[in-house]
Structures are given as structure tokens and as C-alpha cells.
Ligand binder design. Sequence first.
Ligand SMILES: Cc1ncc(COP(=O)(O)O)c(C=O)c1O
Length: 396
Amino acid sequence: MTYDFTTTHKRFHTGSGKWNTLLQYGLTEDTDIIPFSVADMEFTTAPEIADALKHAIDSSVIGYAGPTANYLDSVCSWMKTRHNWDAKPEWILNTHGVVDAFFEAVKAFTNPGDGVMLLTPVYHPMYMAVNFTGRKLVESSLVSTGTRYEIDFADFERKASDPSVKLLILCSPHNPVGRVWTREELTRIGNICLKNHVLVVSDEIHADLVMPGHAHTVFASISEEFADNCLVLTAPSKTFNIAGLQTSNIFIPNDELRAKYLDELKLTNPMPTCGILGYVASEAAYTYCAQWLDECLKVIDENRRIIADFMADELPQVKVYDLEGTYLLWLDMNGLGIDYRELERINREEARLFFDEGYIFGKQGEGFERWNIACPKRYIHDALSRMKLSYTKHIR
Ligand SMILES: Cc1ncc(COP(=O)(O)O)c(C=O)c1O
């Protein structure tokens, strides 16, 4: 490995959302607890990104910013080389995050009372984008085959054909179940949405985090008709672990949709752009950090294998779902015979582990844990032995 994926960082009092949450739960910084929750990585920043940020701070002025031509080229080149998608710089609008972006999309393209579809269980802020804006939540539950989840297309089509349904927020790859939707699945989704005049908001923030043997397909790359009926939400934040810089790229190939979306963004900010350091770091990441990402994916895949092997040998009651994409492993703990609320307590108080509880992603997630495995291996090994020790006392 060229890069550092082993140094551990205690991030208490650094402003880290993930680590600060531990303090809110009454855990002190002396507690030997490992947070595997919020989706940022525990890896050291790629040196190319750190250097670009230092250079910008040392040599320029931290003023208001907008995307430069070089910045936009770096984003589009990444889409071409990594995803074989010919995206145009003029399709891009910037928001301070993908969550902001799908909230704005719901507001721009639907009215209160309209139906918004989600494939559930799903990333919890997507429910908020529907519920907080007074839209109607229309869920199509994913179906587990035991090792992975699939779309119930009959149910999906029935729900999409309700004329009140105007928009689908697609999570692609899917957080939390770790699916990378295949081209065929996306084509079926897209055709159903076209037929029923449902706009697709494709959240592809995890697009670059794909495991060996799987390939991400950009929704808009499938056909011109799909490109005309979608927004593609991307960011370098998950890929390169720079979420704190709040920079995302929203691709809207359809001119009318883009103009309407921009009008909505302007209601909160007449000049919607990101911060200068976000642009600097993102350009450096997309230009220089492909190798960092490849090594990072290797570490994530090794972590996945370590956990899957351990569970098979030592805790076979725990079912580990295939991880096709994202770094968020989905584990079914129901086989332990422990009530999910009690399991949450055991994890935090006895094992000293802090996962994202499956139930926050929807009712189907009860008894599941979402484990953020983008961290140095030491944390993984440590967690596994703590789980074995603690769960063995409670297994029924
Ligand atoms: C599917 C998905 N979308 C969006 C986000 C967050 O996006 P942002 O930080 O750009 O608002 C996450 C973070 O975990 C995510 O998993």
C-alpha cells in the first residue's frame, strides 16, 4: 500500500459529527468505544487533498467562490474514466450536500400531498425529505433473498402507477443494504418511471464505492430518455472522505428541469455555490486520488471478508449481507434471539460498540445493524472479539 489506512484518530472535540454523538449519549472520551456509525471514514486524508488545501490557504484568499472550468473538467473527466459517462459541465449545479439536494428536488418538482416513492429500508434522511415537506410517503419494500435484497417490481410498478406519485428518490448504490443496482434493474426502474411520469432523483453518492465483481451504472447514462427524466446527485465526499467540505455536484441534463431546480435553489440562496476549499479539495481528489481510492476499496473489501469469515466461524447466528457497494455492511442480528433494543444496549454498554441501528432505516431494519467498515483493521478485529465475548452471554 502506498497510502496510510492504518493510523487511528480519536476525533473527540474535533467537531466530528460521528464522535460528538458519543458524548451526547453520555459516553466520555475515556470510554474505549468504537463508533461504526455515521458514514465518514476513519482514514487519514489523502495527502494530495491535504496538500491542495494547504497550498490554497497559503497562497490565496479565502473568498466567495464558484466552480472554475478546471474544477468542472475534473468532475466530468472522473465521470468518464470511472463510470464511462459523457457528462457535460453545463449540466452541473452545486449544493452543500446531497441531502440538501434531494430535499430541494422534492420541493422543486412536487407539491404538498404528492406521492414520493422510496425503496425501503433506506437512508433515513430520505424519509425526512418526504415527511418534513408534507409529501406522501410511498414505500416499496425491498425483498431479502437471504444474502441480498431485490426489488419487488410488481409492487414497484403498482405504486408508481398511482397518478399522485410524482417522484422517486433512488438510492444507487443502496444504503443501507449494500446493493449496486444492475443495469437491467435500473432499466426496469427507469422504464416504469417514464411510463408513469415519475421523475427519478438518483442519489449516487456511493457510486465510486463499489466492490470487486460489481459495476455502478449512472442512471442517466442508460438512455437519453432516462437522462431527460432525472437528476443525478453525486459528491466526492464519501469517495474521498471529505464530507466536512460539503461540496456536491448535481447533474441535470434536461435544461427545463435544471432551470426549475435552480429557481428552487435560489429561494434559499440567490447564488448557490460551494465554499472555495470544497472546490479545491474536490478538484485535487478527482484529479490525483484514483489510486488512493483503489487502495481504500481494497481495505474495505478485506474488512468485509474478515467480518464475514468471523461470523461464519464464530457467530453463525449473525447473517452478513453481501456488500456490493458502499462501505456500510448490513447485518441481520435477529438469529441471536436478543430483542433489538436490548442488543443496542449490549453493544453500547457491554461491547462498547456504536453501530447505526437498523430500525432508523425503516421497520424492516429492526434487529439489523449497519456497520461502517471504512476504518483501520485494528478496529474491526477489536470489535469482533468484543462482540463474541458480549453476545455469548446473551444468545438464546
Ligand atoms: C445515500 C446517501 N445520500 C446522501 C448522504 C449524505 O450526503 P451529504 O453529506 O452530501 O449531504 C449519505 C451519507 O451517508 C448517503 O448515504
